[in-house]
Design a binder for this molecule. Structure first.
Ligand code: PLP
Length: 394
């Protein structure tokens, strides 16, 4: 019995969003044009300055290993840009760059979580949070948000699930999949809670550039003085600058925590690609306005999706406050069409109408589906029209 996969693989499942995308891909390769809303992948191109910097890095032979935490210019640019925005003194040594937010979060879980630790995750959650916690040997403990509260993250929901074994709280606002936010007063209460209980607070702010009402925008960095070493911010170039394929994310934390993350990363992905790091630097220095232009495009698409979803019988959708996902309640469609759950619904929708959505089960929210509207307006129009036909059973 020696040649067996590690027992930890019994605890985790492959990324369900990637699985839907793979299924859609299979259909596409077989010649069926699929309208794909499954993956959180901006269809907008990376900004020209980013592309040019990548090409330049290759031409200038900047194609070798870099220091594991990232090149100093990039760490400094990240520290300076956050420092300016939040009125903080941030040092480059308080920043680690890694291969995407996913890689940085994985290093964070490996650095913070010991076997048996409880880690609070807010549901509906991004698919990789619980799986990464389990891979690190921890137990995901779920704090719920509610549709009738606009999926708002509340301190009380987190406090209600704390145990003596709780070590980490993970927040994600704007949330993937709900677009839910963290109001300032709740953020203050959560910071206070983490100080009182001496917990790590990991705030994944991957979608922070995409908040539809600027008055709602908040970063846990505003509570850095209070939280001190307990705070780890993670974010990425992936969505903010439409750079998903480049693989660049980062953490902002105390020097001691950054050192711990680098220890993990130095034995895992080593670093983000050297070429990508130059491109990421150009994103900050030469394409600072690009995210705002993308937000305006997402705002138009969001309205389009909401208008068209209003025509889908049995679907009910709140306007997402951030990110680029619609997350409708589809229990009415399950009832109308006699599906057992959203997994069955999504499989049938792909089969019958070649429209790919992700079932809510993947995010800990049965009865919902996730629709990424980081795709073209034409795709949204056609896809949602087909969804309406499907829901009506016609
Ligand atoms: N965090 C959240 C909430 C996400 O939705 C994603 C990607 O979908 C990530 C992290 C990972 O981003 P990256 O592509 O930079 O690894």
């Amino acid at each position: 019995m020696s040649r067996r996969l590690a027992s930890r693989l019994g605890l985790v499942a492959p990324s369900p969003t990637m699985a839907v995308a793979a299924e859609a891909d299979k259909l596409k390769r077989a010649g069926t044009p699929v309208l794909d809303f499954s993956i959180g992948e901006p269809d907008l191109p990376s900004p020209d300055a980013v592309k040019a910097a990548g090409v330049r890095a290759i031409e200038q032979d900047f194609t070798h290993y870099t220091a594991s935490p990232g090149i100093l210019e990039l760490r400094k640019a990240i520290a300076d840009s956050y420092g300016k925005r939040f009125g903080l003194e941030l040092k480059p040594t308080e920043v680690m760059v890694g291969p995407g937010a996913k890689g940085v979060l994985f290093a964070t879980m490996m650095a913070l979580v010991s076997p048996g630790d409880d880690v609070v995750i807010v549901a509906p959650y991004w698919v990789s949070f619980p799986e990464q916690v389990k891979l690190a040997g921890g137990n995901p403990v779920i704090a719920e948000t509610r549709a009738d509260d606009a999926f708002t993250i509340r301190a009380a929901a987190i406090e209600a699930v704390l145990t003596p074994a709780t070590k980490v709280v993970i927040l994600n606002a704007p949330s993937n999949p709900t677009g839910g936010l963290l109001p300032k007063d709740e953020a203050a209460k959560i910071a206070q809670l983490c100080v009182e209980r001496d917990l790590w607070l990991v705030s994944d702010e991957t979608y922070e550039a995409f908040v539809y009402d600027p008055a709602d925008a908040v970063s846990m960095l505003s509570w850095r003085a209070q939280l001190g070493e307990r705070l780890i911010i993670t974010s990425a170039f992936s969505k903010t600058w439409a750079m998903t394929g480049w693989r660049a994310g980062y953490a902002i934390a105390s020097e001691a925590v950054v050192k711990a993350l680098v220890t993990v990363q130095s034995h895992d992905g080593s670093q983000a690609s050297s070429i990508t790091q130059k491109a990421a630097l150009a994103a900050i220095t030469d394409a600072a306005d690009a995210p705002q232009a993308m937000l305006e495009e997402y705002r138009v698409r969001r309205q389009l999706v909401l208008d068209l979803l209003a025509e889908v019988p049995g679907a009910q959708c709140l306007p997402p406050k951030g990110a680029f996902y619609a997350f409708p309640d589809v229990r009415g469609i399950l009832a109308r069409r006699g599906f057992k759950d959203s997994v069955e619904l999504c499989a049938a929708l792909l089969r019958e109408q070649a429209v790919a959505l992700v079932p809510g089960e993947a995010f800990g929210a049965p009865g919902y589906v996730r629709i990424s509207y980081a795709t073209s307006r034409e795709t949204i129009r056609e896809g949602m029209t087909r969804f309406a036909k499907f829901a009506a059973g016609s």
